[in-house]
Structures are given as C-alpha cells and as structure tokens.
Design a protein around this ligand. Structure first.
Ligand SMILES: [Zn+2]
Length: 163
C-alpha cells in the first residue's frame, strides 16, 4: 500500500489496475445533493472513500482525476463530495482484485466507520456504502495496515472478495 499526501503527481508505476482509499476531510458540516441519491447532511470530520480503477491509466488516471480541482463533469457520487472536501491522503494498492467492498465492510465493522449516505459509491454492488465517516480518523497508520492485511487475506482466497 502506498500512502501519498494529496495533492500529488502520481508516478507512472501507478498506471496499473488497483484499489484505492481516499482520506477526505470536511472542516464544516454541509448539506449536499448527491445526484440521484438526493440531499444529505454531511458532518464535519474525516471520511474514507473506497474504490478501484481498472480502466486505461489505472490508479494514476482515476485517482489523479479525483485530485483535480477543475470543474470536471460529475460522474460518480464522490465527485459531489470532492467539490467541498479537502483530500488529506490517497492510499493506493496495485493489484487485480477489487478490494473496495471488503475494505468498506472492514472499516465499518472493525473500525466503526459510520454510514452517512446509504448506497454512496455502491451502485454496482450490495454494500451499504463505500464512504465511511469518523469525527476524526482513529489511527491512520493502523487503519492503513489493516486494509493491507485484508487485501492479503482476500488475495489468498479469491472467493472471499465476492462476499
Ligand atoms: Zn461494494
């Protein structure tokens, strides 16, 4: 897992498929319309958004897009939040497995990340959400290490990534 402070230029070694976590911060509460999900209240604090990139340019292109501040067209739920949140760090893990669903479950169950918006980022799966909230992220280093061990566990048993 590569931890990178945002914003950053992502190296060409990251032009590969992989999964990522965005660590975001809202310094003040906000009410925000999130496309078809409607209007939601977002508390001030820390958020983790989980995703994966498999298209051309891989992690570098996708996460680079998330970092851009220009008025890009809103394509994903996260685009609405990114217009208001500060990106603290991005955590990138190259690999063919799609880890966002098991990462989201892990952060919810083990780290008590709260579901703020049902279905956020999870249009294509059955997860409650791909966006977890804490008033302040409990222990970023330990949390990041936890995501890495979950990823290794998933790689050891292919079926476990689809639960
Ligand atoms: Zn999911």
């Amino acid at each position: 897992m590569e931890r990178i402070a945002a914003p950053a230029i992502l190296g060409s070694h990251l032009r590969v498929a992989g999964s990522y976590a965005l660590w975001l911060r809202l310094t003040a509460p906000i009410e925000l319309s999130v496309g078809r999900l409607g209007c939601w209240a977002f508390a001030a604090g820390d958020y983790m958004y989980l995703g994966s990139a498999r298209g051309p340019g891989g992690l570098a292109t996708r996460v680079g897009r998330h970092m851009r501040q220009d008025d890009k067209r809103r394509r994903w739920h996260i685009d609405y939040l990114l217009e208001h949140a500060t990106m603290v760090e991005v955590w990138l893990r190259p690999g063919v497995e799609r880890l966002e669903c098991i990462w989201a479950k892990y952060l919810h169950r083990v780290w008590a990340g709260r579901v703020i918006v049902a279905g956020f980022g999870a249009s294509d799966c059955r997860c409650p959400t791909h966006l977890l909230y804490w008033p302040a992220l409990p222990d970023p280093a330990a949390l990041c290490a936890g995501l890495e061990s979950v990823a290794r566990y998933a790689a050891a048993g292919p079926s476990s990534t689809r639960k």
